[in-house]
Write a protein that binds this ligand. Structure first.
Ligand code: SAM
Length: 245
């Protein structure tokens, strides 16, 4: 079944990049179905208000529950026979990782809920979390202005795992965050650029030596930049077996 993605936001234009590049092509080829909705279409007042002051006081504004309730009632019922999985980007969520992307890529319908201001009235999550699977996911330990940028990152990470979206699916196999290590350094023509040479082994045509060099680079790069990942990788390999590279 084609993966369907719905995004509800007060800035639909922010999602314009979903028309471009591999995702745009995947949409045109019917590999992905994407619908972007303006939350303000579900407001009832002249000013199309979506926010109000926080109960209990404090700085900033909070998104009111009524527009979200009406929007999600309608969007989540718009594909009969499918169950939506709600994805709520938020800095307080579970970390969004490659494993999360793989998990979401196996769903048939994701509905992204883009917060703004200080976030969305918590009762929206109580209401819809009781009806549908709902994941609150964080892009990282920093605060963005809204969920839209997070949705662009998440949809791209998920969409490229959908069969057919990436032209050469073998390129997914050795990528960073697949198999536990970061990817090795990559090079292309020319063989010498500004006096800097491509590592000779890559020009040798010797597949075994190239594979061994790449594995060593992966281990070294991971140890240097992400020792936390290397620890997990070595544990998964039964301790020391992989360290010899
Ligand atoms: N007051 C909230 C807090 O401290 O947790 C932050 C709200 S933030 C200014 C507004 C919106 O940006 C959030 O509702 C969420 O949609 C999005 N957002 C901000 N940081 C994010 C992150 N690290 N990952 C995913 N979404 C994020």
């Amino acid at each position: 079944m084609t993966l369907r993605l719905d995004v509800v936001t007060i800035f639909p234009d922010y999602l314009a990049p979903l028309e471009l590049s591999l995702i745009g092509r995947a949409r045109r080829e019917g590999l992905l179905e994407v619908h972007v909705h303006d939350l303000r279409d579900w407001t009832a007042d002249r000013h199309r208000t979506v926010d109000d002051t926080p109960y209990g006081g404090g700085a900033g504004m909070v998104m009111r529950p009524e527009p979200w309730g009406a929007a999600l009632d309608e969007v989540c019922r718009s594909a009969p026979g499918r169950t939506p999985h709600l994805v709520v980007p938020g800095p307080g969520g579970d970390p969004f990782t490659q494993a999360t992307a793989h998990r979401l890529a196996t769903q048939d319908w994701l509905v992204f809920v883009c917060g703004r201001y200080e976030g969305i009235d918590e009762r929206v999550f109580e209401e819809f979390g009781a009806r549908y699977p709902l994941s609150v996911l964080s892009l990282g330990d920093y605060v963005l202005n809204g969920g839209e940028v997070a949705v662009l990152a998440m949809t791209e990470a998920v969409a490229r795992l959908v069969p057919g979206v990436i032209g050469n699916e073998a390129s997914l196999d050795e990528e960073s965050h697949t198999g536990g290590l970061l990817e090795y350094p990559v090079y292309t023509k020319p063989p010498v650029w500004r006096g800097r040479e491509v590592p000779p082994v890559l020009l040798s045509g010797h597949h075994g030596q190239i594979a061994a060099w790449r594995q060593k680079q992966r281990l070294e790069r991971t140890a240097r930049r992400r020792p936390d990942l290397l620890e997990g990788y070595l544990d998964g390999q039964g301790g020391t077996a992989a360290a010899e590279g």
